[in-house]
Design a protein around this ligand. Structure first.
Ligand code: HEM
Length: 507
């Protein structure tokens, strides 16, 4: 530790003592009726208790739920976290009191670098900026018209995807499912955002920056003790360098697209979508409340949000689905039979077909139930002091909805740990609503209410289409040189600790 760090640390401690005495005491808010929670240490609350546990936060949450019930508080440094775990309370907050719980809490300095001060759909506070960005996102990216208009992009990407699968199997004897799907989903989203077909290396660069951004923006110590931020100068420096790389990677695409839209120029013939068909085209003319016309930095943030939100989530669902299909050959065969009876052995599976394949949809829903990519929604915040489950929820608390818990509840699901797609055709999954709007809440992999995932239809389409095409073309088998290991790890999403490698045989 350098001398300057020691000085900052001492100064921070003095500041913390003063701040603690005069402003925040763990478990206290104006009304002093926060949900119960584990007693914390002075200054840091439960923060170091969590760190010293040396196991993932999720396992601790499970223990605390058993002790304190469906809603409890953790004082993590300067941040108050209210953890909500029961379907009833999640429904009450996100649907019945939807507008009250629709905001986002303060962002860490590192996250602010990437969101240019919360100028993104996922991070904007509930208000006019968020409304404008989200409305534009929905119209320009996932409206039924737009989805139809972009289906040629998926066709093109899927053709390359199938060739890559074949090549990788030929070269390595097996395929890395997550890796190969990531590339394809990334190339689809790049083309949807910028209307461009770009070289493979460029797509790989965008994907790799996206992964790094996800890692660097995940919670770190200064998020909970902002007073320690100066001690993390190196991380901040790294974040700024990464932001520069991200800008260098995406700004040329933005400039090329602008030249194409405004002057009809198309150097290198990268631009392939007609003017007005790419997401970024709508952002060029969008007037964002409080910001006016958006600058290049904001465009980088809004487009990379699509990659951050859309690549890892969809590909981790695909990876888990293939794990289950590799381990349960009978389920894979049943899916194959449905595909053959719908389009034949070699018929082209279209986007319209996948909607009409009940078993395929059941396999995807069962994967989302058992292997939800997100165990929590993003952090929420209340727009005004409110009540939940009889407790006070202050506006400065992070409200964390633990959506995964309900899918393991034996009162809601029969044999919840067993992968059984049939339950969605006849059984406890029939009629289950993934959005929570119909009343009974049994699984919410996309969240619910105002901040629910706007990419649901697009994400589901990508997963369904890729799964169907890949099962139609190949039989998927475990790799005999390294049997699949279902151990989870918590990156940005919940993924397989040892990525799935499978052997594929042409059907
Ligand atoms: C299987 C795929 C996906 C899953 C499981 C998923 C899940 C989620 C979840 C749990 C949230 C947090 C909701 C909340 O905070 O209450 C979310 C938010 C979001 N997702 Fe997705 N997502 C998926 C695919 C996508 C795709 C493909 C896109 C974009 C093309 C996308 C864009 C977003 C955005 C922009 C938000 C923030 C919404 C807001 O704050 O208003 N997601 N998603």
């Amino acid at each position: 530790m350098e001398l300057i760090d020691l000085f900052i640390l001492c100064f921070s401690l003095v500041f913390l003592v003063l701040w603690w005495r005069y402003s925040v005491t763990p478990g206290k808010c104006k009304s002093n009726n926060l949900p119960p929670g584990p007693p914390g240490w002075p200054f840091v609350g439960n923060l170091f208790q969590v760190i010293l546990q040396r196991r993932h936060f999720i396992f601790l949450i499970r223990d605390l739920r058993a002790k304190y019930g469906p809603i409890f508080t953790m004082q993590m440094g300067q941040r108050t976290l209210v953890i909500v775990t029961s379907p009833e309370l999640i429904h009450e907050a996100l649907i019945q009191k939807g507008s009250v719980f629709a905001s986002r809490p303060l962002d860490s300095p590192i996250r602010l670098v990437f969101s240019v001060g919360k100028c993104a759909v996922n991070s904007a506070e509930y208000g006019p900026l968020w409304r404008t960005l989200r409305r534009n996102f929905v119209t320009e990216l996932i409206s039924p018209v737009r989805i139809k208009q972009c289906s040629w992009i998926r066709e093109w990407a899927m053709e390359n995807h199938m060739k890559r699968l074949q090549n990788e199997a030929f070269e390595n004897g097996c395929v890395d499912v997550m890796d190969i799907c990531r590339f394809t989903v990334c190339s689809i989203l790049v083309c949807i955002c910028f209307g461009a077909k770009i070289p493979e290396e460029w797509i790989k660069d965008i994907d790799s920056v996206t992964k790094e951004v996800m890692l660097i923006t995940s919670p770190q110590l200064p998020d909970f003790l902002p007073v320690l931020t100066p001690l993390f100068r190196r991380q901040m420096k790294r974040a700024k360098e990464l932001r520069k790389t991200q800008i260098e990677c995406l700004v040329p695409l933005i400039r090329n697209r602008r030249a194409y839209v405004e002057k009809g120029e198309n150097p290198g013939s990268l631009m392939v979508s007609p003017v007005g068909a790419a997401y970024v085209d709508s952002l060029f003319e969008l007037k964002a409340p409080g910001r006016g016309l958006l600058g290049e930095e904001e465009l980088v943030t809004l487009c990379s949000e699509v990659f951050v939100a859309g690549i890892d989530t969809s590909t981790s669902v695909l990876q888990w689905a293939f794990l289950e299909l590799v381990l349960n050959q009978e389920i894979q065969e049943q899916l194959y039979r449905e595909i053959v009876s719908t389009v034949g052995k070699n018929g082209l599976i279209t986007e319209d077909h996948v909607e009409k394949m009940p078993y395929l949809n059941a396999v995807v829903k069962e994967t989302l139930r058992i292997h939800s990519p997100a165990h929590f929604t993003l952090s929420h915040a209340a727009t005004e002091e409110t009540k939940l489950g009889g407790y006070e929820i202050p506006t400065n608390a992070n409200v964390e909805f633990y959506i995964e818990w309900m899918t393991e509840d034996p009162n809601l699901w029969k044999d919840p740990g067993v992968f059984r797609p049939e339950r969605f055709l006849e059984g406890d999954g029939v009629g289950v609503d993934l959005t929570g709007t119909k009343g009974t809440v049994k699984m919410l992999p996309f969240g619910a209410g105002r901040r629910t995932c706007p990419g649901l239809t697009l994400g589901m389409l990508h997963v369904n289409l890729m799964l169907a095409r890949m099962v139609q073309a190949f039989k998927w088998l475990p790799n005999p040189n390294g049997l699949p290991d279902p151990t989870e790890t918590f990156a940005f999403t919940v993924v397989m600790k040892n990525p799935l490698k499978a052997v594929i045989l042409p059907r």
